[in-house]
Design a protein around this ligand. Structure first.
Ligand SMILES: Cc1cc2nc3c(=O)[nH]c(=O)nc-3n(C[C@H](O)[C@H](O)[C@H](O)COP(=O)(O)OP(=O)(O)OC[C@H]3O[C@@H](n4cnc5c(N)ncnc54)[C@H](O)[C@@H]3O)c2cc1C
Length: 455
């Protein structure tokens, strides 16, 4: 009963929608099948009364993300409030990132000798990152997948203990876990966000969820089918057939197309039955990948609370706390009575909060205690807290011994017949991977199409 399309896409997150955008630009028809009742996947903005809102998922699009080009094309207004490194608490002291640039910030806590070593190390990280763009990657560089970032820095960087702690504090929220669990090779890729003056992060005016809506509008509402849980994928030399179960009626639907793009986190492929099955290498790649943990808390406060983070009219946010509070971002509001903070809690703390055994009352008490320790008197301003749990693998990671650059990861970036694997987990840890993978799969499908037409 469903009209055929050139390409079926599983998942209406940033990756699936970007794939739809690029395909539509190339004149192809698509059907995006999304299991939930909403667009956007891990891009979600929560709105409260008085035009008060904050991100539940993706906080910022980094400068190097191809999504920014899409958003410019669709006239989605972007803003940036800060750049480079974030303010951080370390052993009870706040280091405020309010200087003109990263270099001036570094000078506030590193001695001239420490800074010199740091600059040399940072330049080398940049050099190594450039090498990662070459194929094949040198064996010396690939060997860094077998060593943890923490050990590699301790053994080879020459950085002082304090400088290494700084690197840990800035990067662990990105990994969603400990730097002991991340390989030096993957850390080189991640450090690029911070290298030199760092990349500028962008945010959509009015909330990132608006970006998702705009991309879907461009593709066309009729091309996106919500509430369609993909359960089976059958493929042969002629095309693909996908079965879904409608999540509102539990009615089965059949969709057919020439190609299929999977734009879901890789571990979710385990929940789909493939015929023929996924190759052993692909299964192994999925099973040996790991994940970083995130938990989001929105803290609604009396407006007077802003005295803790606004100094001389300047906001110190975002702040990387060294407690359970994680990364403290600013929410937005048009009210002058209230303010909103957005906590991105990561790693072991997020894992604990995500277990359904920890009650929301427990979490509230733990967070309040940490706030009181950091900012005495904070509790008097509290109005409400809101909590958002995530799957244990909120973002992609590769354990030491695996890497996004290894052969297993490469196997997933190759199509299996007419099935192409995208989504952020197929490329890197963040939304850059969502759009970079969309570019990769669409390019490959268009090449395949033009070869087929020439025959
Ligand atoms: C709290 C948090 C903060 C983050 N902050 C940042 C940040 O600041 N910067 C950044 O770059 N990245 C950030 N990220 C990561 C970013 O959100 C993701 O990289 C990006 O949104 C992933 O997009 P995606 O389309 O690949 O996957 P998703 O957004 O997960 O989309 C996949 C979609 O597929 C659907 N789906 C799954 N299985 C099926 C099925 N069987 N059938 C049909 N549909 C299915 C899902 O419902 C979902 O809508 C953050 C993530 C979290 C959780």
């Amino acid at each position: 009963d469903t009209p055929e399309a050139d390409v079926l896409i599983i998942g209406a997150g940033l990756s699936g929608l970007s794939s739809g955008y690029y395909l539509k630009k190339a004149g192809k028809t698509v059907h995006i099948l999304e299991m939930s009742a909403r667009l956007g996947g891990r891009i979600r903005t929560a709105a409260y009364d008085n035009y008060t809102y904050a991100e539940v998922g993706l906080e910022e699009f980094w400068e190097s993300n191809p999504a920014i080009e899409i958003l410019h094309d669709l006239n989605v207004p972007l803003e940036t409030a800060y750049h480079g490194f974030s303010s951080f608490y370390y052993q009870g002291r706040l280091y405020a990132a309010i200087q003109e640039n990263n270099q001036a910030f570094l000078k506030t806590f590193l001695t001239p000798t420490e800074l010199q070593t740091y600059r040399r190390w940072d330049a080398n990280m940049h050099f190594l990152h450039q090498q990662l763009a070459r194929r094949p990657i040198s064996p010396e560089l690939m060997a860094l997948k077998d060593q943890s970032f923490a050990d590699w820095l301790a053994e080879t960087s020459g950085l002082s203990a304090k400088a290494r702690e700084f690197v840990r504090i800035q990067t662990e929220p990105e990994f969603g876990g400990s730097w002991q669990q991340i390989s030096a090779l993957d850390a080189i890729a991640e450090w690029d966000f911070f290298s030199g003056e760092g990349q500028t992060p962008y945010h959509v005016v009015g909330g990132n969820q608006l970006a998702v809506a705009k991309i879907a509008d461009f593709i066309g509402k009729d091309s996106v089918q919500l509430n369609q849980l993909v359960t089976h994928v059958k493929s042969d030399a002629d095309g693909v057939e996908v079965l879904t179960i409608d999540q509102t009626t539990y009615q089965q639907h059949v969709y057919r197309a020439k190609y299929l793009i999977s734009a879901i986190p890789l571990y979710k492929l385990n929940e789909i039955q493939f015929e023929p099955p996924l190759s052993l290498a692909r299964k192994q790649a999925i099973q040996t990948q790991s994940g970083g943990a995130y938990f989001t808390a929105h803290i609604l406060l009396d407006a007077q609370a802003s005295r803790y983070w606004i100094q001389n009219g300047q906001s110190l946010l975002p702040i990387l706390s060294d407690s359970v509070l994680g990364v403290i971002y600013a929410g937005k509001t048009q009210s002058n009575q209230q303010v909103l903070l957005n906590l991105l809690i990561t790693g072991a703390n997020a894992e604990q909060f995500n277990t359904r055994i920890t009650t929301l009352d427990d979490i509230k008490a733990i967070l309040l205690t940490a706030f009181e320790k950091q900012w005495p008197g904070f509790g008097q301003y509290l109005k409400q807290m809101f909590f958002y749990r995530y799957h244990p693998r909120a973002i992609a990671a590769w354990p030491v011994g695996r890497s996004r650059f290894d052969e297993l990861s490469d196997s997933l970036r190759q199509p299996q017949g007419r099935i192409y694997f995208g989504g952020d987990f197929s490329e890197d840890t963040h939304s850059n991977g969502a759009t970079v993978s969309a570019q990769r799969v669409v390019k490959a499908i268009l090449q395949q199409e033009s070869q087929a037409e020439q025959k």
